[in-house]
Design a protein around this ligand. Structure first.
Ligand SMILES: Nc1ncnc2c1ncn2[C@@H]1O[C@H](COP(=O)(O)OP(=O)(O)OP(=O)(O)O)[C@@H](O)[C@H]1O
Length: 908
């Protein structure tokens, strides 16, 4: 049971009132006296208090000007002394008193006296305030509820809930005091000193300053009165109720903290004594009225009248004071008390009553559950905070909330179409979305349905995200960016919930763009491997279904465009791709020569260089076939870093070339030291490739050859420049390329008694090329124009065994032909191989110029592009970097990964 139930009526009221009166009454009371501007008054023009002086009296009502009144106010009258026999009510004639609202009563003298006792529990200035309030209650009355509470309090039956009722009653009284006082300030003249500001109340302090200084404040007040907004006509200030949440807070604070506080910090008006002291001072003298056992303590209630006689000066005479002592166990206490009473000869009928209270139950409960509650509170708080700070997710852990980042055109999305170079067709396609978001009526007017979304597909780094951002930047609408994987969580249903949340947020912000990057994380075909994957798929499917539903859900006028990016459009679910969902499929491939030039232009804009831009971009574009936009951005940045490392003032051509080699070939491996024999083998191997590249008509032009180890496992390499962006290859080109790839091994055979393992990768590539020629490109006369795709996941070949044998024999035939072609050439050019290899061993790296010097000019005409940037027209090729990095992805065969020859096909 709460201690609140154990106290006398006055004590109980005091405790409740200490909270409620000081919090509820006082702010409300003061609110009336120092009128605040209610929030509504900002929007609703009406008379307000602007005067720096309070209109406590109507000027002239007693012949005193208001200013004088105010002066008198500053001297607070002594607080009226209240006594039980002389209350303010007793001074008043019934006709002086205001009528009572319904449900209100006029308190009796005894009741007011009981209330007066409350004030004694407070120290000044609260005490004065409570006294004034009690006197005000005498004038204006009080709700019947207060009388009930007083009656309950007298009977000692007040409970925790009564605290809340008292709070409510107090607020009602405060409100009425405020209103009544405003109407009849003269009746409250003696309370004016309470208008003095409370300590630390800045607003009121300001007011006092204005009152004292007069000047500015007065002027302002006058000015406002002149506006007709102040002065005599003002209405009573609106009483501002405490916010319901405040009341709830007070109630909770009272109910929860008060008992807890009491448990933790026993009242200062109780004191612990020992059993011996109790026995000697009180028990033996018959002063004990009752004992209350609570927990392992016993409170001693003394007979106060008898106590007054025996110990007139004891603090225990105060009604709020009690003694208590601790016990080991209740049984031991009872035995001891029995024994003591027997010794004292107290007859059983007059024995001291002992009652048992489950005091501290609430406290114990709080202690028991407190940590758990605290933990939950902390979690809830942390999750709310996280949601406030982050991406807008909220609620318990914010699981179901979308993690989409929102970019606003004012803030983040500054990307424009001008920043996206190349991909002109993709831009045109997507431009339509921009015009839809900008001028939807242009389309709707003709009855056209607005496309809902577009899938941007293409290899990594080709600028899909950039294009989506530029769309947002151009259309000046909010842009929600989320990755497909962010929908995936370990809890089932979270993905779907996030999708719902994302679309709901987007609709609120329409017109807007949602961009889901890597949509294949959730948009994979539902039929794909369903049986094998088990439950894990359910969550992904639920998420996908939700996306399908949401995309169906919004109507065409909603102006929410969904763009999605993926590298794997082939695995996406068909339902996602159908018209009405992602209507447009925009394929963004690696940039062409012109595209690369444009992309270089965009990124070179941020770099300090004095090179001729036209020549530089052209040459760099020619040097970087197969580069994606991201590769280009990386190479440009790398060039700047190389230049910075060399302390150069500007980034020069050589830095760009070094950077490109580093991007393509990886880091130079200086730590890898080859033996002289190994080095020699590598030199002859690379010379074999170089000679083939130089003398075969359809081979790609050689740029350089090197025997410096680089990247992963490449001991040397020859770099060729694929003939621009060639999208078709002839059989001759393929045969020359295969023969050139075999050049390394053939050279080893011709110059050394044994061969090495170094050509393994070359064979792999040659075999792959030959089988693609046979099975897919229809370049075998025996097999004819058939396409055989061998699915590695399938147990059965999609062709007959005899066909398989024919394929094998045809592949062998082609490779043999290439080998023969290579061997014939290299046998004829054995001397030249030796020259190149020896020069390589000396210089480690040979350029095209060196080759011309050693072998004479190449017999076959070069392509225009090559001639422009690397031939005689374009001036001599740049000097080769003596240190740093270089090379294509792999030694020589890197060429097979160049896109100019549709490398995806070749490489399969
Ligand atoms: N066409 C382009 N013009 C200019 N810069 C580009 C272009 N394409 C790519 N880039 C550069 O490459 C960076 C990466 O591009 P982006 O993130 O758009 O590629 P992506 O296609 O979305 O890649 P992924 O498929 O891996 O997500 C861009 O920030 C930009 O610097």
């Amino acid at each position: 049971m709460s201690p609140i139930l154990r106290l006398s009526a006055t004590q109980q009221l005091t405790r409740c009132a200490r909270q409620s009166l000081t919090t509820a009454l006082r702010p409300a009371y003061r609110a009336a006296r120092l009128p605040r501007v209610a929030p509504e008054s900002f929007s609703k023009p009406g008379p307000r208090f602007y005067s720096t002086k309070r209109p406590l009296k109507q000027p002239g009502s007693d012949g005193t000007p208001a200013g004088k009144n105010a002066k008198t106010d500053s001297k607070p009258p002594p607080p009226p002394k209240a006594s039980p026999d002389k209350t303010p009510a007793a001074d008043k004639q019934p006709e002086d008193l205001p009528p009572l609202p319904s449900g209100w009563v006029r308190l009796e003298v005894e009741e007011l006296a009981e209330l007066e006792k409350v004030s004694k529990r407070f120290t000044s200035p609260q005490r004065e305030i409570v006294e004034e309030i009690v006197q005000s209650v005498a004038i204006i009355g009080a709700p019947q509820e207060l009388r009930d509470l007083l009656t309950k309090g007298k009977a000692g039956e007040l409970g925790i809930v009564d605290g809340v009722r008292l709070l409510r009653t107090s607020t009602q009284i405060a409100k009425r005091i405020a209103e009544y006082r405003h109407k009849h300030p003269e009746k409250f003249e003696k309370f004016n000193h309470l208008d003095e500001p409370l300590e630390g109340a800045p607003r009121q302090g300001q007011e006092r300053q204005q009152e004292q200084g007069g000047g500015e404040g007065e002027g302002e007040g006058q000015q406002r009165r002149a506006d007709g907004k102040g002065g005599k006509n003002e209405e009573p200030p609106r009483f501002k109720w405490p916010e319901p949440s405040d009341i709830a807070t007070w109630a909770i604070v009272m109910m929860v903290l008060f008992p807890m506080f009491r448990v933790l910090f026993p009242s200062s008006e109780s004191r612990e004594i020992t059993w011996q002291e109790l026995r000697k001072n009180f028990l033996d003298r018959g002063l004990v009225h009752k004992m209350v056992v609570f927990g392992n303590r016993v409170r001693v209630e003394l007979d106060r009248e008898a106590l007054q006689g025996v110990y007139p000066d004891s603090p225990a005479n105060s009604p709020n004071f009690s003694y208590y002592f601790s016990i080991g166990s209740v049984d031991a206490f009872e035995r001891r008390l029995d024994q003591a009473q027997q010794e004292l000869g107290i007859p059983p009928s007059e024995r001291i009553p002992v009652s048992y209270e489950s005091e501290g139950m609430l406290g114990n409960m709080l202690f028991a559950f407190g940590p758990t509650l605290l933990l939950f509170g902390l979690i809830a708080w942390a999750s709310r905070r996280a949601s406030g700070m982050g991406s807008g997710s909220s609620g318990m852990f914010g699981f179901g909330k979308s993690k989409a980042k929102m970019f606003n055109h004012d803030s983040a999305v500054k990307v424009k179409f001008a920043d996206v170079a190349g991909m002109d067709e993709a831009k045109v396609e997507i431009m339509e979305f921009v015009s839809f978001l900008r001028t939807p009526e242009r389309f709707q007017r003709l009855g056209a349905k607005i496309p809902r979304g577009a899938i941007l597909s293409g290899p990594p780094g080709t600028g899909k995200t950039l294009l989506a951002k530029a769309t947002a930047g151009e259309s000046q609408v909010p842009f929600f960016s989320v990755s497909g994987s962010e929908f995936v969580e370990m809890f089932v249903g979270v993905g779907a919930s996030r999708v719902r949340d994302l679309f709901a947020t987007a609709r609120k912000n329409a017109p807007c763009i949602i961009f889901i990057d890597e949509i294949d994380a959730i948009g994979r075909s539902r039929s794909e491997g369903g049986g094998f994957r088990g439950g894990g798929n359910d969550e992904r499917e639920a998420t996908l279904n939700q996306i399908l539903t949401e995309m169906d859900g919004f109507n065409t006028s909603e102006q929410v465009v969904v763009l999605a990016g993926t590298n794997r459009p082939d695995v996406l679910d068909q339902a996602l791709m159908r018209p009405g969902r992602f209507d447009r499929h925009i394929n963004i491939d690696r940039p062409t020569m012109a595209g690369r030039k444009d992309i270089f232009k965009v990124h070179l804009g941020k770099i300090v260089t004095v090179e001729d831009m036209e020549y530089l971009t052209g040459r760099l574009a020619a040097l970087t076939p197969g580069f994606s936009g991201a590769d280009i951005a990386n190479a440009v940045n790398e060039a700047a870093l190389v230049a910075a490392r060399a302390n150069a003032d500007t980034v020069e051509m050589i830095h760009f070339e070094q950077a490109i080699e580093r991007v393509v070939g990886g880091l130079e491996r200086k730590s890898l030291v080859l033996s002289p024999e190994e080095k020699r083998t590598v030199a002859y191997h690379e010379a074999g490739h170089a000679i083939c590249g130089w003398f075969f008509r359809w081979a790609d032009p050689l740029l350089k050859v090197s025997i410096i180890p680089r990247g992963q496992g490449a001991l040397g390499y020859a770099q060729y420049l694929p003939s621009g962006d060639a999208y078709l290859m002839t059989t001759n080109q393929l045969m020359d390329r295969m023969a050139m790839t075999l050049g390394g091994r053939v050279s080893e055979e011709l110059h050394f008694p044994t061969v090495t393992t170094g050509a393994s990768d070359d064979f792999k590539k040659v075999t792959r090329m030959a089988s693609t020629m046979v099975t897919q490109w229809g370049m075998s006369e025996k097999l004819g124009p058939l396409h055989f795709q061998n699915d590695p996941n399938s147990l059965h070949k999609p062709f007959a065994e005899s066909t398989a044998q024919t394929i094998d024999s045809e592949v062998r035939r082609i490779v043999d032909e290439a080998y023969k072609q290579c061997k014939d050439l290299l046998t004829a050019k054995k001397k030249e191989i030796g020259i190149v290899a020896e020069e390589l061993l000396r210089k480690e790296m040979l350029t095209r110029d060196d080759m011309v010097r050693l072998l004479g000019p190449r017999e076959w005409p070069e392509k225009a592009e090559f001639a422009k940037y690397f031939g005689q027209e374009g001036g001599p090729p740049p000097p080769f970097p003596t240190e740093s990095t270089d090379s294509p992805t792999e030694p020589q065969p890197a060429i097979f990964e160049e896109p100019s020859a549709k490398p995806e096909d070749v490489a399969k």
